[in-house]
Write a protein that binds this ligand. Structure first.
Ligand SMILES: [Zn+2]
Length: 107
């Protein structure tokens, strides 16, 4: 499969998130990742989900310093990419789809 055919397979939401970043909202902690980091006097787990594509971000924050101690992601089916697809490829696909598609904003 050539590059443009492969890019055409991605959901609009995945193209948007790969080029414009995720839209994260905090959600309840489902405890599925970063199990070795549990809430303590100095650690807080912070879990969020992208409202657009569904990617979940798991983080452990240091309550004292605010530092991010660890992070992990769970991606929706179809979001992951194989070698050979670079951010610039997604930006080109974004521009192609943006023409005439309100989801992608206006030129
Ligand atoms: Zn997203």
């Amino acid at each position: 499969m050539n590059l443009s055919d492969r890019l055409a397979q991605f959901e609009d939401e995945f193209i948007l998130c790969r080029t414009r970043r995720h839209r994260y909202d905090d959600i309840g902690d489902d405890g599925k990742r970063l199990r070795k980091w549990q809430n303590t006097a100095s650690v807080r787990r912070v879990t969020s989900r992208c409202e657009r594509c569904g990617t979940k971000r798991y983080e452990a924050w240091n309550r004292i310093t605010g530092a991010i101690l660890a992070s992990a992601y769970t991606y929706p089916h179809g979001y992951s990419v194989e070698k050979g697809l670079a951010p610039r490829n997604f930006r080109k696909e974004y521009l192609t789809r943006r023409a005439g598609n309100a989801k992608f904003g206006k030129l």
